[in-house]
Ligand binder design. Structure first.
Ligand code: LR7
Ligand code: MN
Length: 569
């Protein structure tokens, strides 16, 4: 009897341990994206509804913090998606020749892309809670618009097949390809044998902006979905975006853009805490969502408001796209259109968001693999200048000071776009700054000039090496440059020269030298009325008053260490 009981306990213990291991394994195993689940409801699915020079290339988007993922599992193959289309013949029609540089034509490793096949499995990179979000059963269908110029056949086909494999078929009305005058018309034409795929070819090179407008004009669905030509969409990518647009047609929504390695085509999850931002030169960058917003996010499936979108991958109501003026079709080839669209959407009554439950992979590259007929730099300047002139009001001055070379470059007439802005009764850029992107610092606030007063005297630079206290001269505009200081933490500037220590020890002299944000000898911060050198911890001291100032041990209220900034107005 006792033996039977002991055996029973042992069996139960083993079963419990095995059960625990199985549970943990289930929880940790990589989820692999599968063909869309919307048409096949899951058993026990308890879904509840919840709500470039920087000109050459905008490189910041290539530095997305990554979360490394495990290798994916096999995904069931989907037949019948491509009809009579002969995929093998299509891919064999363009093969890399032995000895060719696999990066030459596309700025990514073509050999690796060709080797991968068109239906590979990728990891489902969403937060696990996304799988239990519910979407309406009767979402409206969308037209997918993909513009390309000399895209590699294998990446283009993988983009299309990933859409067909991982979207509910009822949501895909059509896939419109705009061949932007690629060398070989068959790259596009042959793909129109795939059911739902249409191919439009430009008679000359138009650039991605006019190409997308053409695609949108040909679209028959009420919702537009734009994709770059080297993407792979992930599990249930489409429903979250269409749902948000269906609920409010003024929303323009993007997925989180995962990274497909340009070297080995690994699919890597991007951080879910990023939004789109920019600097005054109109250089796009990914940035952390502001800390207060991050703290108040208790549901990782909720949308993230974003000041700008990256530009290539987004969903928008077609009537809203047309109502808001599509794109500025005087912009050429590549660049700047994402700012123009983003400012316009926000300022004219819409909103922009990133949906963390939607994930799309994109091959980020380090250079453009195609030519710019007018040159890369001039094109980027023309496009961003148009965006700045039409939308940025008095704030455009900061764009020009960040990009002095833009001044005087041709950008064509903007009369039509200004009329559009007036007709749509759009808000000011100031409103955008205050309500949408208050985190963008205004350079002029940093650059206000002050005198640094000590008693009746002012700190003055006398050439590069010599500094001293001198009688404060003039007021307002007639203050001499040598007494005007800009306190842009951590730098103490006079134009391009900055106050620097000469050595890190007490008693060392200070001098002026060309500014560098990275130079530890130039870093200062206010400490009460004193100015403390951040690295040495010593304070700026006028002693002895006759010679050049030095750095000495900080002592509170020591008269020779008191520097009162007095704004020059
Ligand atoms: O003359 C051209 N004609 C085209 O049809 C030049 C390009 N294109 C096509 C091209 O084949 C591709 O499909 O336009 C698309 C975008 O060009 P890419 O892939 O060379 O550029 P990118 O990935 O750096 O582009 C990002 O910035 C662009 C600014 O104009 C566009 O907004 C792109 O759509 C945008 N891509 C994304 O947002 C994807 C995520 C990358 C980021 C950030
Ligand atoms: Mn791209």
């Amino acid at each position: 009897m006792r033996r039977i009981r002991a055996n029973a306990i042992a069996i139960l213990t083993v079963a419990w341990i095995l059960g625990t291991f199985y549970y943990l394994w289930q929880d940790n195993k990589p989820h692999t994206s599968s063909p869309s689940s919307a048409s096949q409801p899951r058993v026990g699915d308890s879904r509840s509804h919840a709500g470039r020079p920087d000109i050459h290339r905008d490189d910041s988007h290539r530095t997305i913090p990554l979360i490394m993922t495990q290798s994916p599992r096999a995904e069931p193959q989907q037949g019948q998606l491509i009809g009579s289309f002969d995929e093998k013949a299509y891919l064999l029609g363009k093969q890399l020749k032995a000895g060719d540089d696999p990066y030459r034509d596309h700025a990514f490793n073509l050999a690796e892309s060709d080797r991968l096949g068109s239906e590979r499995a990728i990891r489902d990179t969403r937060h696990y809670r996304c799988a239990s979000v519910n979407y309406d059963a009767n979402l409206p269908p969308t037209s997918i618009i993909i513009t390309f110029h000399n895209e590699a056949r294998s990446t283009l086909l993988r983009t299309i097949k990933s859409v067909l494999m991982r979207s509910p078929p009822s949501l895909i009305q059509e896939i419109i390809l705009i061949d932007d005058f690629s060398t070989d018309p068959e790259d596009c034409q042959l793909l129109s044998q795939i059911p739902k795929v249409r191919c439009l070819r430009n008679a000359r090179r138009e650039g991605l902006i006019r190409s997308r407008v053409r695609g949108a004009g040909a679209a028959s669905a009420p919702i537009l979905t734009f994709l770059d030509s080297h993407c792979e969409v992930n599990t249930d990518w489409l429903q979250p975006m269409i749902q948000r647009v269906k609920e409010d047609h003024t929303r323009v929504v993007s997925p989180i853009i995962d990274v497909i390695s340009l070297d080995n085509f690994a699919y890597l999850a991007a951080s879910a805490d990023l939004r789109g931002g920019f600097d005054w030169s109109l250089h796009f960058k990914w940035e952390q969502i502001p800390i207060e917003q991050k703290m108040s996010r208790n549901d990782p499936t909720l949308p993230i408001r974003t000041p700008v979108i990256a530009g290539g991958i987004f969903v928008m109501d077609k009537s809203w796209f047309n109502h808001l003026g599509q794109y500025d079709t005087h912009m050429d080839i590549w660049g700047g259109e994402n700012f123009e669209l983003s400012f316009r959407v926000w300022m004219c009554g819409g909103s922009l968001e990133i949906l963390p439950c939607s994930r799309v992979g994109h091959v980020f590259r380090k250079r453009h693999p195609y030519d710019f007929p007018e040159g890369n730099a001039l094109t980027y300047i023309k496009n961003t200048r148009r965006a700045a002139e039409v939308w940025m009001d008095e704030y455009k001055q900061y764009y020009y000071s960040a990009r002095p070379s833009a001044q005087g470059k041709a950008f064509g007439s903007i009369a039509e776009r200004l009329t559009l802005r007036r007709k749509l009764n759009c808000k000011s850029f100031r409103w955008y700054m205050e309500n949408v992107y208050p985190e963008l610092r205004i350079p002029e606030q940093d650059a206000v000039s002050s005198v640094l007063r000590q008693g009746g005297l002012c700190l003055e630079s006398l050439g590069a090496d010599s500094l001293g206290l001198a009688e404060c001269r003039g007021t307002g505009a007639i203050r001499p440059q040598s007494q005007r200081w800009q306190l842009v933490e951590p730098l103490l500037r006079q134009q391009d020269l900055c106050l620097a220590i000469t050595a890190f020890t007490a008693g060392s002299k200070v001098k002026m030298e060309p500014c560098s944000n990275k130079e530890p000898r130039q870093k200062w911060k206010p400490k009460g009325p004193a100015l403390q050198h951040m690295v040495s911890g010593l304070c700026l001291d006028s002693q002895p008053p006759a010679g050049p100032p030095t750095i000495t041990q900080c002592r509170s209220q020591l008269a020779s260490q008191v520097w009162e900034p007095q704004l020059i107005t």
